[in-house]
Design a protein around this ligand. Structure first.
Ligand code: NCD
Length: 328
């Protein structure tokens, strides 16, 4: 290398020995309790830094490819904001119809292309298992931002971080969490239920129409950890004992028969009247978007945590990007 080489001007590198350096984030199954404490610790620091300085150069010069084959507002923009608040930049591919995907390019080839230009890839795709396929094709880290009805691990992490921050550190143990709505097709609840099963004395209630029950495979996994789980058709019985009510949208786009969607849409609506029977010290969460499951009349209630939940997503995604790029 000549003495005037560019490399002598480059002061800092990543820590390649850091535990999370270069790792993919595909499923919540890859985390243990210590990992969660670590991620939430970093996310909490990110929150402090954003509040104090807004933007800082931890990932200066790093590039994120944000590859979305399905619609997204929060996940895609919070990953963009996370990267930019850390001083990095983003290649946004939201409209795959304008990319070579519309010419028939395979997912592995698209991934191989993007990793030539980016240091990390965030992927949302309609097929379950697609994130794992992408991760296999890629040498750079791939982060699953939702694979069909499979998983949405970064959402589940931000959901549990929300519970930590809102109800106090350590408070996740011993909580009763009630999930409401489309538990069959909702990938967020699949990841969240699995993640919560790592805590002690957790109780999970699933409230849904018969045709939208939590998949057996998820319930079996959680059952193996001896976490009590119970299914209900209505909310009334379990609302008074609930610490976290996690509301979900009926996933219209995943129904094979639109008639079935018509039967269950609007099955549950949370409003101030229903919430009279809930505790005062509890929170209502929703991954959003909502399409009528929570009345806007409830938005001003201090227990309505769903807008704050979005903000926690920024800090968790900042933490994850810094970790896989060897800067945390
Ligand atoms: C969720 C998703 O995409 O799975 N949205 C999100 O990421 N916040 C939930 C949904 O679409 O209902």
């Amino acid at each position: 290398m000549p003495t005037n080489s560019l490399s002598q001007h480059l002061p800092f590198g990543e820590n390649k020995n850091a535990e999370w350096y270069g790792k993919d984030i595909i499923s919540v199954k890859q985390f243990n309790r210590n990992d969660l404490e670590y991620i939430f610790g970093v996310a909490h620091e990110m929150r402090g830094m954003v509040e104090r300085v807004g933007t800082f150069d931890l990932l200066k010069g790093k590039i994120l490819a944000n590859l979305f084959y399905e619609p997204s507002t929060r996940t895609s923009s919070s990953f963009t904001a996370a990267m930019e608040r850390l001083g990095g930049s983003v290649i946004p591919i939201n409209e795959v119809k304008y990319s070579s995907v519309s010419k028939g390019e395979s997912l592995p080839d698209t991934i191989r292309t993007l990793e030539c230009y980016a240091d990390v890839i965030v992927l949302r795709h309609p097929e379950t298992g697609s994130a794992a396929i992408a991760a296999k094709a890629a040498k750079k880290p791939v982060i699953n931002a939702g694979d069909g009805v499979g998983e949405h691990p970064t959402q589940a992490l931000l959901d549990v971080f929300t519970i930590y921050e809102e109800l106090g550190a350590g408070q996740v143990d011993g909580m009763t969490v009630t999930m409401l709505g489309d538990l069959k097709y909702g990938r967020t609840v699949h990841s969240l239920a699995r993640l919560l099963s790592m805590f002690t004395n957790i109780k999970l209630n699933y409230v849904s129409p018969e045709i939208l029950r939590m998949p057996k495979e998820v319930m079996d996994e959680i059952g193996e950890k001896k976490v009590p789980q119970a299914e209900f058709d209505t909310l009334e019985k379990v609302l008074p004992e609930t610490d976290v009510l996690y509301v979900t949208r009926v996933q219209k786009e995943r129904f094979e028969d639109p008639v079935d969607y018509e039967k269950v849409k609007g099955a549950y609506v949370i409003d101030p009247d229903i919430m009279k029977s809930a505790k005062q010290e509890m929170i209502v969460m929703h991954p959003l978007p909502r399409v009528g499951e929570i009345s806007t009349d409830f938005d001003d209630d201090p227990r309505a945590a769903y807008f704050r939940q979005m903000e926690y997503g920024l800090y968790v995604r900042m933490a994850l990007l810094a970790m896989v790029l060897g800067k945390a």
